[in-house]
Every structure is written in structure tokens, then in C-alpha cells.
Design a protein. Structure first.
Length: 98
């Protein structure tokens, strides 16, 4: 079991002000957590492959392709724009460098 002094030291490091009742409560809870870790250490995981996720992750990105209706809409918008350059809208700068 973790000692009261260790709990007080941990509380001081975490900048927590604990009452004597809270010290007793955390002493039991921290001891319980540490006991559980001891149980976990005894488990044989030699056959388990290391992983960073508990589920299979796959790339869900789509291909970057232009759809015909988007292309038509973009061309229409560019035709309506007052000024364009190389297929882009040309706008006035909003930041001036001195």
C-alpha cells in the first residue's frame, strides 16, 4: 500500500491541497491502481503484435478529381467575375507592407 507521505508528495507535485480525509481516500485509490498495474505486468503478451490503435485504421481519402458539374459552375463564376488571372479570381490585396 502506498504511504500517506507518498500521497502528500504526489499532491504537492500536482499542487493539490488535500485534507487528511482526502489523503486517506487517495491512498486507497492509488494503491488500488498500482495493484492493478501489478496484475497487468503478469500477463503474457509475448505473442501480441505491438500496435498504436485498438482497431484497424484505413485511409478514407478520396481521389482528387473534378466533377463535371463543379467544373461548369466554376467556369460560370469565373465568367461573372470582374477580374481573373490564370483561372483564379483576382482580388485587391487587403494587407499593405510598408
Amino acid at each position: 500500500m502506498i504511504s500517506e507521505e507518498e500521497v502528500k508528495h504526489i499532491a504537492k507535485l500536482a499542487r493539490l491541497g488535500l485534507t487528511d480525509k482526502e489523503v486517506g481516500k487517495f491512498q486507497k485509490e492509488l494503491s488500488s491502481i498500482l495493484d492493478y498495474f501489478e496484475k497487468l505486468k503478469k500477463i503474457d503478451v509475448s505473442d501480441v503484435e505491438p500496435s498504436s490503435r485498438s482497431f484497424a485504421a484505413e485511409n478514407v481519402l478520396r481521389r482528387d478529381e473534378i466533377k463535371e458539374e463543379q467544373s461548369k459552375r466554376n467556369r460560370k463564376l469565373l465568367e461573372l467575375a470582374p477580374e481573373t488571372k490564370d483561372g483564379y479570381l483576382k482580388v485587391k490585396p487587403i494587407i499593405k507592407f510598408s
